[in-house]
Design a protein around this ligand. Sequence first.
Ligand code: NI
Length: 156
Amino acid sequence: MLNFLPRAERPSVPPLPMDSRPKVRISRREGFNAAHQLCDPVRSDEENRRMYGKCVNLHGHNYVVEVVVTGEIDPATGYLMDLKQLSDLMASQIIETVDHRNLNTDIPWLRDRIPTAENLAVAFWDRLQPHLPESSLHTVRVYETEKSWAECSVDD
Ligand code: NI
């Protein structure tokens, strides 16, 4: 039954400890267009074709990158982080470098990785993490199509 006693007459309830309070997260989504092909340079054409099917051919995607940041709300601003700052960071560390590029050949920090969505998520995490407050980066999710994504994430 609901308690309609005036606030002053209710028994006082201690505040929840910090770690059982609901977590606050914010997210920013940005897009870029790029080309890639899935092939492992140490394998034969035939093996690559067997493993990756038609993805061995150079083709493009309209990628979407979604970054989730967690932390405490700053009482002074009401923000966990200014999303414009997160957007600028995604632009400078990821989007401006990869947009309209060939992910297999054009990006020094993607060399030696087969540019699957999984590997992109890990590489993008490594680009962002040093520039964010410690332990604040929660998830980097890369959509290769509307139906498929891969993410790099911390456990809750
Ligand atoms: Ni593809």
